[in-house]
Design a protein around this ligand. Structure first.
Ligand SMILES: [Zn+2]
Length: 375
């Protein structure tokens, strides 16, 4: 069901780096990425909405109006690529243009606006400049933006670490205006973004979630008449945050990911109480975080878990349940909703939607019982 000829329309919203300032052919990284996607057969129109000097505040103000004009609802396949940051931390008379506490708030505003508008979103982090003091701020902001993007299920490409000590990048930025690279620098930057970009464009062109509740199998219709997925409520967002806090506070893994506790889970029960758990990895089949949280909820008296979400450690964001957990949830809590990361951001989905044509344990038990009685 892929849409090989899907008509993709992608807005690139951001600052002077998005605009390609300093690049003599003036394609910047955006032009190079669009070129690479078209070379792979995608039908894609890219709109450059980079504005020199733009901060997160200014982008938040113009995002909806500028993008809605180019991404009309129900026509074309929309996409949004965001990139900002350097102008937030640049100081004017000793003061950063956007205060540190405002940077995260603005990111949340922008991400919520993008996802609320139904635009699948990719974010590119800010690149380093030639001033090392400013760079320290950029590095911190990069981490904040990456964490916020993960929370919203948005793909984030961090370029800072790859560029900060890169001789070519430093040389070109110094030779230009201390902030912008030249042709080879933009080529380098585009190369860092390209793998994630091409995967993302591939997902836009071939959405993986194409279930039509009307035509899906009877099993789904019977047990999930509503079908479909929903956007997150404020309570759901809180649940995601809780799962992240739990694993951040208790992971024993380093950045390479080795550890017994790498996933956190939070679930909300029928009384609105939140229960949590972390996984306990072991090669013999240690339980996932979801199963631990379900057991903990039961031990605390919960009868009917309503919504569940799992989040990875080290800022890996929301992770969808494994096959075993989907089956366990289907058999024991068929009414439960799962917060999942999708190409459209985070969504709340029925477990039955996540396991089409599932083995129906309960029905099988009944059939066996009857067959046994007849025999
Ligand atoms: Zn699992």
């Amino acid at each position: 069901m892929g849409q090989a000829n899907a008509d993709l329309r992608v807005c690139f919203v951001g600052d002077s780096f998005v605009a390609g300032v300093g690049d003599r052919p003036h394609r910047g990284w955006m032009g190079r990425l669009v070129e690479a996607a078209i070379a792979r057969g995608h039908q894609l129109t890219g709109y450059n909405l980079g504005v020199r000097g733009d901060t997160s505040e200014l982008i938040a103000r113009r995002l909806r109006e500028e993008c809605s004009a180019r991404l009309p609802a129900d026509r074309y396949v929309p996409g949004l690529v965001l990139s900002w940051g350097v102008n937030d931390v640049v100081r004017i008379q000793g003061h950063p243009r956007v205060a540190p506490e405002e940077r995260r708030i603005n990111a949340r505003r922008i991400f919520a606006e993008a996802l609320g508008s139904g635009w699948p979103t990719l974010m590119v982090g800010p690149p380093p400049v030639s001033d090392d003091e400013v760079n320290a701020d950029i590095e911190r902001l990069d981490a904040v933006l990456a964490a916020e993007a993960a929370q919203h299920g948005i793909t984030y490409v961090s370029v800072y670490a790859s560029l900060v000590d890169h001789p070519l990048w430093r040389r070109e930025v110094a030779a230009d205006d201390g902030a912008h690279p030249q042709d080879a620098g933009y080529e380098l930057l585009a190369g860092l973004i390209a793998p994630a970009w091409l995967r993302w464009v591939g997902n836009l062109a071939e959405p993986t979630d194409e279930h039509d509740p009307k035509t899906d199998d009877a099993h789904l219709e019977r047990r999930d008449p509503a079908g479909g997925s929903e956007r997150l409520s404020a309570a759901d967002e809180q649940l995601v945050q809780r799962a992240r806090q739990v694993i951040d506070a208790s992971t024993d893994a380093d950045q390479l990911g080795d550890g017994a506790h790498t996933m956190g889970c939070a679930l909300r029960d029928e009384n609105g109480v939140i229960h949590v758990g972390v996984n306990l990895y072991h090669f013999t089949g240690g339980p996932c975080a979801e199963l631990v949280a379900l057991g903990a909820a039961r031990a605390a008296g919960a009868q009917s878990p309503q919504v569940i979400v799992a989040v990875g450690n080290n800022g890996r964001g929301v992770k969808n349940p494994c096959g075993r957990c989907r089956q366990v949830l289907t058999d024991n809590y068929p009414e439960i909703q799962i917060i999942t990361a999708t190409g459209q951001g985070l969504q709340r989905t029925s477990v039955l939607q996540l396991l089409p044509l599932a083995f129906d344990h309960a029905t099988e038990q009944n059939i066996d019982a009857e067959t046994w009685r007849e025999a």
